[in-house]
Design a protein around this ligand. Structure first.
Ligand code: ATP
Length: 215
């Protein structure tokens, strides 16, 4: 059984940087699927701009046409903060033997030591880190040590073991972020080609970033 890729995010909104990264990891690592997990109430963000329901709707619209991409709404349905360690524990319960790969961009990986019970994550899943423009792999500190202790270049190892490996991967570098997209909407710019057409349509129809989008 091929590994399951788990791609969490606020997805406020989902964009082509997320989608291309997920697509390349799905293909190159031979994942059975990439499961998108929009966050409900992320512990690290003071406030989100679009509602959880709308962020979820945008993720659903973005992945609808892509085989192998699926949406998991458990964090949106959960009340209270969404901790990745809780989500992974739940998934581990559902798939006791299966290889699970937590997919992270380099910026998210660098913030890992601030996550709740972060050291347990590698007991529950592999961590696959995709390069992201402007962020370098850590060489020192707890994450540098994690790279030495758990790092692997072997995709086979990701398939053969259920958890415990850290794999850093180059992907096509797309300098797109949700923060910059929201700022572009403030400035009245069109997000065409930075997000899938279906997501752009939801943004325009619902004016979910209207406070930023202006009158
Ligand atoms: P924001 O700017 O609001 O922080 P974001 O664009 O970083 O949002 P998130 O939803 O926070 O998007 O990211 C979810 C995951 O996707 C994280 O692991 C992040 O590192 C990764 N990611 C986001 N944008 C890219 C990108 N352009 N290339 C590769 N990975 C990305």
């Amino acid at each position: 059984m091929e590994p399951i890729g788990l791609f969490g995010g606020t997805f406020d909104p989902i964009h082509c940087g997320h989608l291309r990264t997920a697509f390349e990891l799905w293909q190159e690592l031979g994942l059975a699927e990439v499961r998108f997990l929009p966050t409900g109430h992320p512990p690290h963000r003071e406030h989100l701009v679009a509602s959880a329901e709308l962020r979820l709707a945008m993720v659903r619209a973005a992945v609808a046409e892509q085989p192998g991409f699926v949406v998991d709404d458990r964090e949106v349905r959960r009340s209270g903060p969404s901790y990745s360690v809780d989500t992974l524990s739940e998934l581990r319960g559902e798939y006791p033997q299966r290889s699970l790969c937590l997919l992270l961009g380099m910026d998210a990986f660098l913030g890992l030591p601030t996550w709740h019970r972060w050291r347990e994550l590698l007991e529950l899943a592999h961590v696959v880190v995709a390069h992201r423009p402007g962020w370098n792999a850590p060489t020192r500190g707890p994450l540098g040590e994690l790279m030495v202790d758990h790092g692997t270049g072997s995709i086979r190892e990701l398939h053969e073991r259920p958890a415990g490996c850290l794999h850093v991967r180059a992907v096509t570098q797309l300098e797109i972020s949700s923060t910059e997209l929201r700022a572009a909407l403030v400035a009245g710019r069109d997000p065409r080609y930075l997000v899938p057409d279906a997501v752009r349509q939801i943004i325009l129809d619902t004016r979910c970033y209207a406070a930023q989008q202006g009158p």
